[in-house]
Design a protein around this ligand. Structure first.
Ligand code: NAD
Length: 498
């Protein structure tokens, strides 16, 4: 078959690719590239039992030694970067540069996690009682269920996995049913690292559960899976959050975004255009951080829109495996239909649409011309996340007005301002500014790097992953008070003599 070399380079075997019930299609041309076996509810229950056993051993392995396993995983990912990057492109349709970038993110989080494994720091706390010490310590928490979306088939998994493993937690990964092959290939790369590590890695530190939402639900319902990290739509988060909360589990939710850029009169328009095009049409508008709303000052609006239309007219759209292509396909026909419906709604709400049709000269997949939609205001459709390359353009006069528009959507993931006026940029980053988890100055809303905490507020779910102190989400906190005196004073001076 046409893509056999990519599948075999990723070490996927015919046993994994044939005979299963789950059909995997490449968005490149819509052909079926594999028939993958799915897991049943009882298979997933067996995985949970195996992970529980693995946890009993892994939590006792010293954290820096756990970090050594992630160091080896990072090495294996470096060796497999080209192969896994191509598979990401084949399975989810992002251009090869972005497929490789996703694997690089996996490598980067491994590096961060290795260092973190020697820095799972607690605190010492002053005790009010003489001869007493208090401290806070961090312990492994238990199995972590990681549910991921199709558009980033490997990086968000790795953000969770690398930290969970150094924190002492086994992982059961439920990838999107649209991208199971990337997960199976990643598991093979992981197994190479485990084979080099030695016998203190128990079996079952990473298990992959393939299937639809029911497979995910088996994880979310289980009391033996104390942490659920779920990346996907707000609709999915609304289903998952109450199930996990009902059993007092911990959830880390990374849900939809509706990200905006404010372009002020002082902005460097050259850079703004480049940032807008990358973040609005990159990954064919299928990033959680894709730019969806442009809020432009009235004095620069016409010139900016004109330049954007010129840039959009020359976008290379086509097979994402080919050099020079910048826009690949949408994931499937459903995504194309949803894009069409959103554009119809935008027109009905007063918008003027440029683009949005099927791209010329490419067939098989759902190749579209990214759309620019000039809106009279922030109408209902603009407030929704449509997972496609649609950029709504609105105008503002005062910064207050722009910030109000930026914040007046249900989602709260990423945001940015282009301005060279420090009063404006600092206001945007202040409590009076953006309400998002990510707020940038003079760069676009997408393309975050490892090191910062990634995630957002409101309908985005409130979770944080990847950098900063998010390792704490994979551990349980314990407060210890130690009495090294020969008396037994009570706190708050309470007398309780017997
Ligand atoms: P989706 O919600 O359809 O599916 C995501 C995952 O959730 C899949 O693995 C799916 O099988 C699983 N799932 C669905 N219902 C479930 C349930 N009831 N219980 C357990 N698991 C369930 O999302 P998608 O179409 O694959 O991805 C696109 C969406 O993901 C967009 O909204 C995008 O913004 C969001 N996303 C967010 C981030 C982030 O970090 N905030 C990153 C990537 C994607």
């Amino acid at each position: 078959m046409r893509y056999d070399h990519i599948l075999s380079d990723a070490l996927l075997t015919s046993a994994q690719l044939e005979g299963g019930a789950l059909e995997v299609q490449t968005p490149i041309d819509g052909t079926t590239i594999a028939q993958v076996r799915t897991h049943s509810v009882s298979d997933v229950e067996a995985m949970i039992a195996k992970a529980t056993k693995a946890f009993a051993k892994w939590k006792l392995v010293p954290a820096p030694r756990r970090g050594e396993l992630i160091r080896l995983f990072g090495e294996e990912l470096r060796n497999a970067k080209a192969e896994l990057g191509a598979l990401v492109t084949l399975e989810c349709g992002k251009i090869l540069q972005e497929g490789l970038g996703e694997v690089q993110e996996m490598i980067d989080i491994c590096d961060l996690a290795v260092g973190q494994s020697r820095q799972l720091f607690g605190l010492t706390i002053a005790s009010e009682r003489p001869g007493h010490s208090m401290r806070e310590t961090w312990h492994p928490m238990g199995t972590c269920g990681v549910i991921t979306a199709f558009n980033f088939p490997v990086a968000p998994f790795a953000w969770n996995f690398a930290l969970a493993i150094v924190c002492g937690d086994p992982v059961i990964w439920k990838p999107s049913e649209k991208t199971p092959l990337c997960a199976l290939a990643t598991q093979k790369i992981w197994e190479k690292a485990v084979a080099r590590f030695g016998s203190d890695a128990p079996e079952g530190l990473l298990q992959v559960a393939i299937g639809m939402a029911d497979v995910g639900e088996t994880l979310t319902k289980s009391r033996s899976v104390p942490i659920i990290s779920a990346t996907g739509s707000t609709r999915m988060g609304r289903a998952v959050a109450p199930v996990v909360a009902e059993r007092f589990g911990r959830s880390i939710l990374e849900l939809g975004g509706n990200n905006a850029m404010i372009v002020a009169p002082s902005a460097d328009l050259e850079n703004a255009v480049r940032a807008i095009v990358f973040s609005a049409v990159g990954t064919c508008g299928q990033r959680c951080t894709s730019l969806r709303r442009l809020i432009v000052h009235k004095d620069v609006r016409d010139v900016l829109v004109e330049r954007l239309k010129a840039a959009y007219a020359n976008l290379p759209i086509g097979n994402p495996l080919e050099d020079g292509v910048l826009v690949g396909p949408l994931i499937d026909e459903g995504a194309f239909i949803a894009m069409g419906k959103a554009l119809d709604a935008a027109k009905a709400q007063g918008g003027t649409v440029t683009g949005g049709e099927k791209a010329d000269g490419v067939s098989g997949g759902q190749y579209v011309k990214p759309a620019i939609v000039e809106m009279p205001g922030q109408t209902a459709i603009v407030r929704e996340e449509t997972f496609a390359p649609i950029l709504y353009v609105m105008t503002y006069e005062t910064l207050d007005e722009a910030i109000t528009l930026q914040n007046d959507v249900p989602q709260g993931l990423s945001s940015c301002i282009f301005s060279t006026d420090v009063r404006e940029t600092e206001t945007f980053l202040s409590a009076a500014g953006s309400d998002c988890g990510i707020a940038n100055v003079n760069i676009g809303p997408s393309g975050a790097e490892i090191g910062g905490a990634f995630g957002g507020e409101k309908d985005t779910g409130g979770g944080r992953e990847s950098g900063s102190d998010v390792w704490k989400s994979y551990m349980r906190r314990q407060t210890n008070t130690v009495n090294y005196s020969s008396a037994l004073p009570l706190a708050q001076g309470i007398k309780f003599d017997i």
